[in-house]
Write a protein that binds this ligand. Structure first.
Ligand SMILES: NC(=O)c1ccc[n+]([C@@H]2O[C@H](COP(=O)([O-])OP(=O)(O)OC[C@H]3O[C@@H](n4cnc5c(N)ncnc54)[C@H](OP(=O)(O)O)[C@@H]3O)[C@@H](O)[C@H]2O)c1
Length: 308
C-alpha cells in the first residue's frame, strides 16, 4: 500500500511516498481503507524531531483518519466491513495514518457523522477531541459561563468556539486581524484582535479559559480569570501558574488528548445537529504530504487535510 514515511527527522521535505506492507491486525483492531487524514501540528513536531513521540525514524506520522472498514480482527463485533468510521487511534503511539490502509482499535473509532464528507471527518478527530476533552470533560463548561478561547482561528480553536457555544457559553475569542471575521462567523460573541488589544483587559473576568498557546500565555490568561475559575492548558503551565492558581482557587487542567469513542460520538451528534462545522482551509493528495506540512506552518484558518 502507498504510505508516507520518513527515514530522518527534518523539514517537510523528509516526508516521502513509499510502498509499505499492509498493517497486520491485532485482536480488537479493524483495517480502515482511508479516505482522508487530518494534518495536525503534532505531526509536524514529530516529523521535525521536536517532539520525539515515535522514537527514531523510520516511522509514519499522522493520527486522524476517516475511511471505510475493510476487514475486522479477532474479537471485533461492533464494526463490520463497509462501515464508515473516523477516529484518532493509538495516540500518542504510532497510528501511521498518512497511509491508504490504517489499523486501529475498534474501541477508538466511531461511525462517521451522517452526511459529512470524509475530508471533513478526517479533519475532525484530534482537534475536535482536544476541544471536547478540554472544554467539556476537564473544563466542565456550563450554560452561561463566560469562556475565553485563545487561538480561536486554529484547528482546535475554531472547533472549541462552536462547542462552547453549543454548550450554552458566552464565548470571547482571540485571533489576528485577518481572522476576526472568520471567528465571528463561527458564533463567537466577541472576537479580540490580540495584535492591537490586551486580551486580559478586553475579555476579563471569565469563568474558563481554553488556552491553546504556550509561553507566557497561561500566566497572562490567569489575569483574565475569576477566582475559582478554570484554566484549561494545551501546552502545559509553569509552577508559577500552578502557585497563583492554587492561591486563587483556580483549577488548572492540563490536556493531553487521548482516543475517546464517546467523545467522537458527541462530536458526531453536534455535526449532525448542525451545531459544529469543520473548516478545511485546504486539502492535499496523500503524495503531497510535504506541501501540506509547509502549508500548515503558515497558520491557515481551521484544518489541513490529506485525501487518500
Ligand atoms: N495538549 C494537547 O493534547 C493538544 C492537542 C491538540 C493541539 N495541541 C497544541 O495546541 C496548539 C494549537 O493547535 P491547533 O491545531 O489549533 O494549531 P493551528 O491550527 O496551527 O492554530 C494555531 C493558531 O494560533 C493562532 N495564534 C498564534 N498566536 C496567537 C496569539 N498570540 N493569540 C491568539 N491566537 C494566536 C494562529 O492564528 P492567528 O493568525 O490568529 O495568530 C493559529 O490560528 C498547537 O501548539 C498544538 O500543538 C495540543
Amino acid at each position: 500500500m502507498r504510505a508516507i514515511t520518513q527515514t530522518t527527522v527534518g523539514g517537510p521535505e523528509v516526508l516521502e511516498l513509499a510502498d509499505l506492507p499492509t498493517p497486520r491486525l491485532k485482536p480488537g483492531e479493524v483495517l480502515i481503507r482511508a479516505r482522508a487524514a487530518g494534518v495536525n501540528p503534532v505531526d509536524a513536531a514529530v516529523r521535525g524531531g521536536y517532539y520525539p513521540l515515535l522514537g527514531e525514524p523510520a516511522f509514519t506520522v499522522g493520527w486522524d483518519v476517516s475511511g471505510t472498514v475493510e476487514a475486522v480482527g479477532a474479537g471485533v463485533s461492533d464494526l463490520a466491513p463497509g462501515d464508515e468510521v473516523f477516529g484518532m487511534p493509538h495516540f500518542p503511539a504510532e497510528a501511521a495514518a498518512y497511509a491508504e490502509l490504517v489499523a486501529a482499535p475498534a474501541s477508538e473509532l466511531a461511525r462517521k457523522p451522517k452526511g459529512l464528507d470524509h475530508v471533513y471527518a478526517g479533519a475532525l478527530p484530534l482537534a475536535g477531541l482536544t476541544a471536547w476533552q478540554g472544554l467539556v470533560t476537564a473544563g466542565r463548561v456550563k450554560p452561561g459561563d463566560r469562556v475565553l478561547i485563545q487561538a480561536a482561528a486554529g484547528g482546535v480553536g475554531h472547533l472549541a468556539v462552536q462547542i462552547a457555544k453549543a454548550r450554552g457559553a458566552y464565548v470571547i475569542a482571540t485571533a489576528s486581524p485577518g481572522k476576526v471575521e472568520f471567528v465571528r462567523s463561527l458564533g463567537a460573541d466577541e472576537v479580540i484582535d490580540y495584535t492591537s488589544n490586551d486580551f486580559v483587559e478586553k475579555a476579563g473576568p471569565v469563568d474558563l479559559v481554553f488556552e491553546a498557546l504556550g509561553g507566557d500565555h497561561p500566566e497572562k490568561s490567569l489575569k483574565a480569570l475569576k477566582d475559582g475559575g478554570t484554566l484549561v492548558v494545551l501546552l502545559g503551565a509553569t509552577d508559577r501558574v500552578a502557585k497563583e492558581a492554587a492561591e486563587r482557587g483556580i483549577r488548572v487542567e492540563p490536556i493531553s488528548v487521548r482516543p475517546d469513542r464517546a467523545g467522537l460520538q458527541e462530536l458526531a451528534k453536534l455535526i449532525e445537529a448542525g451545531k459544529l462545522k469543520v473548516h478545511v482551509a485546504r486539502s492535499f493528495p496523500l503524495a503531497e504530504a510535504a506541501a501540506a506540512h509547509a502549508f500548515l506552518a503558515g497558520k491557515p484558518s481551521g484544518k489541513v487535510v490529506l485525501t487518500v
